[in-house]
Design a protein around this ligand. Structure first.
Ligand SMILES: O=C1O[C@H](COP(=O)(O)O)[C@@H](O)[C@H](O)[C@H]1O
Length: 248
């Protein structure tokens, strides 16, 4: 189904079906890009099963030497910390498969402050992109993965926090998180996240039903404001689908 504002909603029967559909969409995006596909991963519960599938059943379908991997946000902790988004993804999916130079982690572990890590990541993104200004005709990413937290945050863009209004930077430090884990963060900003052919939200579980309902009711929530310049797709399990989105 498609919402009036152009977002697409795809309903999966359960978390396993969602992970399989997501893996297939990610691979399809890679296949569309013949040179250097750029995939922006995310943390949280949404994509974890998909990462396991990409590391096993789907691993042979990924042209590992060509694909570059980025991350939408990071907790300001060392890689080895279980809270590290990219550290976790490396262990489950990327280590031993992706060439290390293709893994573009936010340098949270060796920066003095979240702002410094954000500046360094913006520089890395701009070097990869080959320009300091985003061109709508040439998206930065082929795919950006997203999740929605219980408060409506996505990446580490929290409701009411000043990072929501940043238009002139690609990454920003976040001194205080709004929900657990209460550690400082680094996040890509809306303009950088939007620069993609597809933004794919992965949401499963009954605990997400209320917040998904609020996102699509038009509440002022970061996840509701996140849009791709290309396709914005919400992949939602049946148990996370609010009443208001059923039978449309
Ligand atoms: O803190 C974070 O939360 C969001 C949503 O995660 P979820 O576990 O509630 O699904 C995630 O997208 C983000 O990368 C992560 O840092």
């Amino acid at each position: 189904m498609r919402t009036a504002d152009g977002r697409q909603i795809v309903v999966a029967a359960d978390a396993e079906a969602l992970a399989r559909l997501a893996a297939q969409r990610l691979i399809a995006r890679i296949e569309l890009h013949r040179e250097r596909p750029a995939i922006c991963l995310t943390g949280g519960s949404g994509p974890q099963r998909m990462f396991e599938l990409l590391a096993t059943e789907f691993a042979d379908r990924i042209p590992w030497p060509r694909v570059h991997w980025f991350i939408s946000d990071e907790r300001f902790v060392p890689f080895g910390d279980p809270l590290s988004n990219m550290g976790t993804i490396k262990r489950v999916l990327l280590d031993g498969r992706a060439p290390p130079e293709n893994v573009h982690a936010i340098p949270a572990g060796d920066s003095a402050t979240p702002d410094e890590a954000a500046r360094r990541y913006q520089h890395e993104l701009q070097s990869f992109y080959g320009a300091a200004t985003l061109d709508r005709a040439r998206p930065l990413f082929d795919l950006v993965l997203g999740g929605v937290g219980p408060d409506g945050h996505t990446a580490s863009l929290f409701p009411g926090w000043p990072q929501l209004g940043i238009r002139d930077r690609w990454a920003a430090g976040v001194d205080n998180a709004h929900v657990e884990p209460l550690v400082p963060r680094v996040t890509l900003t809306f303009p950088a996240l939007a620069s993609c052919a597809e933004m794919l939200f992965l949401v499963h579980g009954a605990s997400k039903r209320d917040i998904v309902g609020r996102v699509f009711a038009g509440d002022d929530l970061p996840a509701g404001h996140a849009r791709s310049i290309g396709e914005t797709v919400w992949l939602i399990t049946a148990d996370a689908l609010p009443e208001t989105l059923r039978d449309r």
